[in-house]
Design a protein around this ligand. Structure first.
Ligand code: MN3
Length: 210
């Protein structure tokens, strides 16, 4: 697929204050308006004059390698994809529990919703430095939890050990929580469950099953 326009910062589907008290307004303003905007701008700069210049974001992500030459594009394409995804899997009307087929799959894979939360939280706590925790659907259509450093994600099949389609993801870079939670990453992780948009995650699960 060929791309004719520069990459754009997506509009948030809710106010920056809408996830309060779980995720604060100032963090959302800076995270979306500054950090995500910088990934978009640096991605537009980075692809210029490269083989990726007119590739769609998904095609860049699928093809990006661990080479030094790809590093800037890898970080910024990942940053753009990961944040665009992250804003959508949260909602001011979020929280609660997964429903339907996704609930069945979570219970079947992890034993219960609480056990899933424990495993996902441990993956998020276990990221050393900056990165993400993910709930994914693998090629075998089974759920798995993983984590990636920096702005890598499980769609980067040349980069990650375990390739899959993310249906839930949590940004554990300090910029995602430091203003409110300072060094208390586990507190931020617990807050996240109050804003997870399980209906969006459930739709992404169905789509990943094909
Ligand atoms: Mn971030």
């Amino acid at each position: 697929m060929r791309r004719s326009k520069p990459f754009d910062l997506p509009v948030l589907g809710y106010e920056t204050s809408a996830l309060e008290p779980h995720i604060d307004k100032l963090t959302m303003e800076i995270h979306h308006g500054k950090h995500h905007a910088a990934y978009v701008s640096n991605l537009n700069d980075g692809v210029k004059g490269t083989a990726y210049a007119d590739y769609e974001l998904e095609d860049i992500i699928a093809r990006i390698s661990t080479s030094d030459a790809d590093k800037k594009i890898r970080n910024n394409a990942g940053g753009h994809w990961n944040h665009s995804f992250f804003w959508q899997i949260m909602s001011p009307k979020g929280g609660g529990m997964p429903q339907g087929a996704l609930a069945t799959a979570i219970n079947g894979t992890f034993g219960s919703y609480d056990k899933f939360k424990e495993e996902f939280s441990n993956a998020a706590k276990g990221v050393f430095g900056s990165g993400w925790a993910w709930l994914c659907v693998g090629a075998d259509k089974k759920l798995f939890i993983s984590s990636t450093p920096n702005q890598d994600n499980p769609l980067m099949m040349q980069v990650v050990k375990q390739n899959g389609t993310p249906i839930l993801g949590l940004d554990v870079w300090e910029h995602a929580y430091y203003l409110k939670n300072q060094n208390r990453r586990p507190e931020y992780i617990n807050s996240f469950y109050n804003v997870v948009n399980w209906s969006e995650v459930g739709m992404r699960y169905q789509k990943a099953l094909g």
